[in-house]
Design a protein around this ligand. Structure first.
Ligand code: URA
Length: 436
């Protein structure tokens, strides 16, 4: 490195700002290892405590993007648009949204992540489809995008390698929750996809990174302004993560629920969010009227073209497409246990964080980065917030590997669902929209 790491850290620790040249040097040091682990940990903590200006955040984002390969999608006609969620429980929107938007003629290059803590990841959900390959190298990824209208893969080592090291270090140094670092981490990978537009689903609530609306709004604003400065049109929706999204939590259950959306049979909240995000994606792709965008999306579900688009992609990425017609083709967990309502009344709360942690402990997520995810376990809610229930009525099903794991989960699921005498007030799913 041309600059002394300790001096750079002291400068930030004392509230200073880094020059563009210093930021480029830091990212070089991250990639070539000349910035040691201790120095990087201290640097991330200094950013966490002192923050970064909009200029510094934008420069860091671009330097991280340019630390690896940037896809060249100029040969594929049309504006390329992607969606990214900051992570939640039951969030399988990407699985149905990508084929839906692609069926409307908009190419969707989607590079996604694995689950993080209690939040699920698209790559883990796709791994529940036998044979489906998510390890596409950049040239393969572009070829699938050209053939199917969308491609879904994990970030290869060629994409934003600076983020790999920084993310791993943030995870173990308690420096994940920093708006400039989250912005640079997400956008560096998304900008490397060579997209023209990005819709951000910024989750807000108990099971989200951002618990409070004001924090979520600040993150959305940062993502919109840095993305726009980098030449990509970005729109953000702030959406509720004080409830699980849809009814399924767990990888194979979530794949099946996403297919239900494409068959016009998904749960109302998941259908609604998929359409709301899809409208934003079509608007970024050049559609000028939101009502027309919604009608195009609804038609692609009704005429089956969105489902066919997913089928083409599953086959093209070496997956077995039988589950699209026959849900049992994905297999099933050995133990199924129903959770009965202890009393009569209304479901006044379903705690998404408690359910996400429970699903993770059943094996749907990881405690350690090296853990294997069990695709078949999870929780299927049978009622939603607001529903009227009778005593003994099944509220949820637990899918587990063993009877003991199922029994332990049953207690936790029961504790996560609150039954009261009054119906709870309606709560909107989309809390705010932030555009450039
Ligand atoms: N997702 C990312 O890719 N990076 C973050 O920092 C947070 C969520």
């Amino acid at each position: 490195m041309r600059h002394h790491p300790a001096r750079l850290n002291q400068h930030k620790r004392d509230g200073g700002a880094w020059s563009d040249e210093e930021i480029d040097d830091i990212v070089r040091g991250v990639v070539d290892g000349s910035l040691g682990d201790g120095q990087l940990g201290a640097l991330l903590m200094a950013v966490c405590c002192r923050g970064m200006s909009a200029r510094e955040t934008a420069r860091l984002t671009l330097a991280m993007r340019d630390s690896g390969r940037v896809l060249e999608l100029g040969g594929i006609p049309g504006r390329k648009v992607d969606k990214h969620s900051t992570g939640g429980v039951g969030d399988k929107v990407s699985l149905c949204l990508a084929p839906l938007v692609a069926a409307c003629g908009v190419p969707v290059p989607m590079i996604s992540g694995r689950g993080l803590g209690h939040t699920g990841g698209t790559i883990d959900k796709l791994a529940a489809i036998p044979g489906y390959r998510t390890d596409l190298e950049p040239d393969d990824f572009v070829a699938v995008l050209r053939d199917c209208g969308f491609a879904m893969a994990g970030a290869s080592a060629a994409i934003a390698p600076a983020d790999r090291r920084m993310y791993a270090m943030r995870d173990v140094s308690g420096t994940v929750e920093s708006i400039p670092l989250i912005t640079a981490s997400i956008l560096s990978k998304k900008l490397a996809e060579g997209i023209d537009g990005l819709v951000m689903d910024v989750k807000c609530g108990r099971a989200a990174f951002m618990k409070e609306l004001e924090q979520a709004r600040a993150l959305a604003q940062s993502l919109v302004s840095v993305g726009t400065a980098a030449g990509v049109r970005v729109t953000a929706l702030l959406t509720d993560m004080d409830r699980p999204l849809g009814r399924a939590i767990g990888n194979h259950l979530e794949v099946l629920e996403a297919v239900q959306v494409l068959k016009g049979q998904g749960p109302a909240d998941l259908n609604e969010l998929t359409l709301a995000l899809g409208v934003e994606m079509l608007l970024l792709a050049g559609e000028t009227d939101a009502a027309r965008a919604r009608a195009r999306l609804t038609r692609a579900i009704a005429d089956g073209s969105a489902l066919e688009c997913l089928r083409r992609n599953v086959v093209r990425q070496d997956g077995d497409p039988r589950f699209l017609d026959e849900p049992k083709a994905l297999g099933s967990a050995p133990v199924h246990l129903g959770v009965a309502s202890p009393s009569e009344g209304h479901v006044v709360d379903v705690d998404p964080l408690a359910l996400g942690l429970c699903a993770m402990d059943l094996g749907a997520g990881r405690l350690q980065p090296s853990d294997r995810v069990d695709p078949l376990v999870g929780i299927l809610m049978l009622v939603e917030r607001g529903a009227r229930v009778t005593r003994g009525q099944p509220l949820a099903m637990v899918f587990a590997r063993t009877q003991a794991a199922a029994m332990a989960a049953l207690e936790r699921v029961l504790a996560a669902i609150r039954i009261g005498s009054e119906a709870p007030p309606e709560r909107p799913l989309v809390l705010a929209r932030i555009g450039a």
